[in-house]
Design a protein around this ligand. Sequence first.
Ligand SMILES: Cc1ncc(COP(=O)(O)O)c(C=O)c1O
Length: 512
Amino acid sequence: MGVRLAFLPCCSLEPHRRNWTLFVIQDANGLRFSADDLARMLVGTGARSGPLYRQLSESLTELIERGELPQGAALPPERALAQALTVSRTTVVAAYQALREQGLLERRQGSGTRVSADRARETVSGLAGDHAASQFLNGPLATIDFATAALPSLDLVADVAAGLTRDDYLRLTGTHHGYHLRGLPALRERIARWYSDAGMPTAPEDILITSGAQQALELVARGCLQPGDGVVVEQPTYRGALEAFGRTGNRLRTVRIDDEGLDVIALEKLLATESPRLVYVQTAAHNPTGVVLSDDRRQRLTRLLDQHEVVLVDDTSLAGTSFDGRPSAPALTTHERLVTIGSMSKLFWGGLRLGWIRAVPQVVSRLAQVRGITDLGSSLVAQEVALRLMDHRDAAEAERRTALPTGLRTLTELLDRHLPDWTWREPQAGASLWVRLPQGDATHFAQIALRYGVALLPGAVFSADGSTDDHTRLPYSLPTATMSQGVTRLAQAWTDYLNRATVDVTLTSAVT
Ligand SMILES: Cc1ncc(COP(=O)(O)O)c(C=O)c1O
């Protein structure tokens, strides 16, 4: 395995700044990367060797060439970056100097070091920086990947796909030009029937098939929100939702979650004092905590829809992964302001790239129009496979119900043995453990972990204000050997991290 360059931000300059605030800035000349932002982005660059300054300049070049550091963007001052990466200031000075000589950076009077306009790529404003999709953009990390909590595919997916015959394909290709903006009619009908059978009366007109739940979130953000609208999210929550809702320039408010899920009473109070346009929740199974909303709170949440003019978005992407076998169809209610999001990714396979929105037909039509601007529909071949998979939901859920708790047990036993101070709340569903670090913060620990060959996501990326950075998320659907090696390395990294913290404290008291 090549040596991976990992930089350690030892002191947090803007610890609670959210990276996705970058997404609302349109003018690259206004883009300013803090030292912590850049430290996180450097984690995603390739493994290098040689003198540190050269490793740093090569990694920065990679970010510039990928367009993630776009032309005109301001880099942090040398001293700040050196502190954030625990390298000497000379290292950063030499790296910036090398890039200036290559014409990639320039120093402007009064505005510090910027990416040169003539050499760097122009970038789409929404794609600069560190974001949920970066893990999937840059190929597999040369490390143990604890940063992704995707579930492995079930063999069922291959079996069902292999069962499609030439006649099936001819029926598909021979009857229609293939542009079904709202989705394959038979699949919309099948999903509607699944909801109806579970007690949520649904018609095919209420379903819009999307290219994954992530696209569904983006469509809802674009179709239901105006810039400046208030959006309430759980704390913590799914990172991709923060990006979708944060990108449209909306004000984010948070409500905490506990063992029973969203604190609905706190939400009620918030709705009484502010008038957010949209509330985003995960009632069926929550990423990253694995909590399932209790029945009591579910009913209370439902009643809120009658009392407040708010759009409730229930992201049920993880439905079907609960350990107790509760019915996977999420039964909130039927309401004109309820938008339910579903996905094939968790129960079956993310590679199908299929999800859906369930809403009243007017909302479905509006969101289909929004979708048509960038995408004229999802693959009908994938939808044909999904249609057949819907008949195997029970078998798929049973398989997940066995595998996920087993993986969870393996991971928690490893943590008990190697990291006995780390704590967590037992998840009831999903594929990830929300772990609390006994001290320090995960953004900085993640940098050390990377030096030991483990990539993980700091808790800050799962919250609207970065305040959950005393947590990290660990996946338990990986092979046992990978989890075992990963936790062993994490334990070594943790010892190293604690030793550094002790050194820091000693040095500080010597100075003061
Ligand atoms: C809560 C939640 N919503 C949406 C998504 C996106 O899913 P999809 O693969 O269907 O786009 C994920 C994926 O991790 C998720 O956890």
